[in-house]
Design a binder for this molecule. Structure first.
Ligand SMILES: [Fe+2]
Ligand SMILES: [Fe+2]
Length: 358
């Protein structure tokens, strides 16, 4: 065999253990927060709903769901080349995102235990779910002869600090967008089973219900803290988080359109649908949502997609660092400008939609 063919497609920290992907503004983040402020929170304004959600978590509907069956036991070498690379990347990104949820929820469960037992138990039970999700994805990676060292990841990733209210906006959205992402892939493959190239997608239906319940928990938690939702600052921040979450997903997915094509999906159509549904869902709790049907919305996001393609091209060249930076600068500035313009598209007030099930 020619030497270059033997070279693994990914960098490894040990044989079979993949080096974590380089952290960028678009990779899944790890979060930490002000645990004392969280512990002091008075949830009495919505305690009944939170207790009902806790009962749901305790019921543990997916206790026996994440069990690998016979369909996994075969060679996956026929998924090769670029599709294999994109597939492993999808598994890694999903695993990292799930694991990041696990770490945050587990720590919150631990720190709130004595001061806020209802919240603490909710967080602990959500961390149970996320551990299952991350473990299942990591096991899937091992079907491709790789896995992630999650202990290494815990120690070596940088953690982003967010105050509790920002943690709530961000995790609420990531749970709900996770729900829409999984259910949309599941429904598509249910209608087109010929595109289901790997069995993990069969698990997405029950899996996404975990994410939906997690999202509902943050919905109820934010309602227990009306000051987080009802002033002008809340409106500005909700817009910011909606836009950040949507733009990050869109830029990531369009860069990896080949993965979605491999399962018969058009990445752009898929993302537009997921963004529309998540935005509608967020109207149940956020004071404003984005006008994603505004003609500028996808026009500007598409400019960012083009900018990112140019940035990647420059990165690949052999030019000296400083030259590269100067060539990249206009594209960075353009991205910032698009983001600012997107942010100032008039949002949609949601007061009339609150409490409506979407
Ligand atoms: Fe999850
Ligand atoms: Fe979740």
């Amino acid at each position: 065999m020619v030497d270059s063919l033997k070279k693994p497609a990914f960098e490894e920290i040990r044989p079979g253990v993949k080096a974590p992907a380089k952290e960028t503004i678009l990779t899944p983040r790890f979060y930490t927060t002000d645990f004392d402020e969280m512990a002091k929170m008075d949830i009495s304004a919505n305690e009944e709903e939170l207790k009902a959600i806790l009962e749901e978590f305790r019921a543990d509907y997916n206790r026996n769901h994440f069990v690998r069956d016979a369909e996994f036991e075969q060679s996956w070498d026929h998924i090769d080349g670029e599709t294999r690379r994109l597939f492993i990347e999808f598994l890694e990104r999903s695993c990292t995102a799930e694991f990041s949820g696990f770490l945050l929820y587990k720590e919150l469960g631990r720190r709130l235990k004595d001061k806020n037992p209802v919240l603490a138990e909710c967080f602990t039970l959500m961390s149970r779910d996320e551990a299952r999700h991350a473990g299942f994805l990591n096991k899937a990676m091992s079907d491709f002869n790789l896995c992630l060292d999650l202990g290494f990841l815990t120690k070596n990733r940088s953690y982003t600090f967010f105050k509790p209210k920002f943690i709530f906006y961000a995790t609420y959205l990531s749970e709900k967008i996770g729900y829409w992402r999984y259910i949309t892939i599941y429904r598509h493959l249910e209608a087109h089973p010929e595109n289901r190239i790997y069995p993990i997608f069969r698990f997405f239906e029950n899996w996404c219900q975990d994410e939906n319940r997690h999202g509902d928990f943050f919905d109820a938690l934010m309602r227990s803290q009306p000051q987080m939702l009802n002033d002008w600052k809340a409106k500005l921040w909700c817009r910011f988080f909606l836009l950040s979450v949507f733009a990050t997903m869109y830029l990531n997915d369009l860069q990896r359109a080949g993965f979605y094509a491999a399962i018969g999906l058009n990445a752009r159509d898929y993302d537009m649908y997921v963004i529309k549904k998540t935005n509608e869902t967020a109207a149940r709790v956020f004071p404003v949502i984005l006008d994603v049907d505004h003609p500028e919305f996808y026009r500007r996001l598409d400019i960012c997609v083009e900018n990112n393609a140019k940035l990647a091209e420059i990165d690949k060249s052999d030019a000296p660092k400083l030259v590269k930076f100067c060539r990249k600068l206009p594209y960075y500035l353009s991205n910032v400008w698009q983001f600012v313009r997107l942010y100032f598209i008039k949002p949609i007030e949601t007061a009339s939609r609150q409490g409506v099930v979407l």
